[in-house]
Design a binder for this molecule. Structure first.
Ligand SMILES: Nc1ncnc2c1ncn2[C@@H]1O[C@H](COP(=O)(O)OP(=O)(O)O)[C@@H](O)[C@H]1O
Ligand SMILES: [Mg+2]
Length: 370
């Protein structure tokens, strides 16, 4: 987008000299408060809205040079509430696009069923009508329909805003999974900064009046907000959220204070470390059960299978989970120690809050966290 401005006939400046280079094959998120020009910007990409000034270029060519129908065929479009045809079944909703592109009925149907699988919809839904689906399922049909013509570009306008947080998380994860397979150029609009940070390879923060406040990868947005507006918009816990971009593979884990539940009193005594009075008790398979007071256990057997185990909160998976998850795990643990597990859920070590804090200080020294 090259210095694009949109003024509506009533004088509203919805978008003000917006210049934005959207990289292909990745997800670019436009985020900002309601009324800041996100939808207008998105619609100028497929010419549902024409700019007052400036140019929109696709692969270096002004989009006004190509016929508008060809342009729109190269761009899938997903909106809030999915915008499905109410009188057509799920399979027919999706098959509409391949049919328009000249596919015969059977091929279009086959393609539709393929896409249902891709977006995580059971084939049993094929014959249903939109009103017979939940909001989340309708949204999946909307995504399938947008993908039906296999367009290189996908425009998504608050597609997940109307569903509850759990369904939304599922849809976001599904989009990331599909994107990892298909590598579309996605332009995604949302007012939810958490959604922007989760989904975006690049995030454009817009402010009232359709002006660009900052354009950056999410980690950079969190570490170096351009101004007070962006900082406010990111919220008070941006430091903590920034930690979700740091891995846990360099954390110093210790296995010393870990014992299995059938350990003897002597073994409990031997497992204790000076830094904490607690040891982590696991089951025979190595899965964490809870924390025990090493001195109490060392003084003799306890009644009941659970003894006096303190809950460990939740574990984090080394390598997969972020420093944020590790810190959260330590914060929730009454002992102040986080439990690290492998992909199979077996305890591979424990780590003190202090060690996680040291890792955070390390990130500061390296200049990657500000
Ligand atoms: N057709 C229109 N005519 C006049 N003003 C409009 C029209 N569409 C949107 N606007 C105004 O333009 C601004 C940006 O709108 P929009 O792009 O829908 O914002 P967002 O999607 O970020 O909520 C708002 O002030 C809105 O009221
Ligand atoms: Mg909008």
């Amino acid at each position: 987008m090259d210095a694009v401005t949109k003024r509506y006939p009533d004088g509203t400046t919805a978008v003000d000299r917006l210049t934005l280079e959207i990289p292909d094959g990745s997800i670019t998120v436009l985020v900002g408060p309601s009324g800041c020009g996100k939808t207008t910007t998105l619609r100028m990409i497929n010419r549902m809205v024409e700019p007052t000034e400036g140019r929109v270029l696709l692969d270096g060519r002004d989009i006004r040079e190509a016929p508008v129908n060809a342009l729109r065929r190269s761009m899938g479009y997903v909106i809030q509430h999915a915008g499905l045809f109410p009188h057509r079944t799920v399979v027919d909703n999706i098959a509409t696009v391949p049919r328009l592109n000249g596919a015969d009925k059977r091929a279009a149907r086959r393609r539709a069923l393929e896409l249902m699988e891709r977006v995580g919809l059971d084939a049993a839904f094929a014959k249903r009508y939109p009103y017979q689906l939940s909001g989340g399922q309708q949204q999946r049909v909307g995504v399938a329909r947008a993908l039906a013509a296999d367009p290189p570009v996908l425009l998504m306008d608050e597609p997940f805003s109307a569903v509850d947080p759990i369904v939304r998380k599922g849809l976001q994860d599904e989009l990331l999974r599909i994107q990892a397979d298909l590598g579309k150029t996605v332009v995604f609009v949302t007012h939810d900064i958490d959604e922007a940070i989760k989904l975006g390879d690049m995030v454009a923060v817009l402010r009232e009046g359709g002006r660009l406040a900052q354009y950056a990868p999410p980690a950079q947005l969190l570490s170096a907000p351009a101004d007070e507006f962006v900082e406010d918009f990111l919220g008070v816990d941006r430091g903590i959220r920034h930690l979700s971009f740091f891995g846990t593979d360099t954390l110093e884990l210790t296995t010393e204070p870990i014992v299995t539940e059938d350990a003897t009193a002597e073994q409990f005594g031997a497992a204790a470390v000076p830094e904490t009075p607690y040891v982590l008790v696991t089951d025979a398979a190595g899965r964490p059960r809870g924390w025990a007071d090493a001195a109490v256990r060392a003084s003799g057997p306890l009644d009941g299978p659970d003894g006096e185990l303190l809950p460990y909160g939740h574990a984090f998976t080394v390598g997969r989970d972020s420093l944020r998850a590790a810190l959260d795990s330590a914060v929730l643990s009454p002992t102040g120690w986080a439990v690290a597990v492998d992909e199979e859920g077996r305890a591979v070590g424990v780590v003190a809050q202090e060690s996680i804090a040291a890792a955070i200080r390390g990130a500061h020294r390296a200049g990657v966290l500000r």
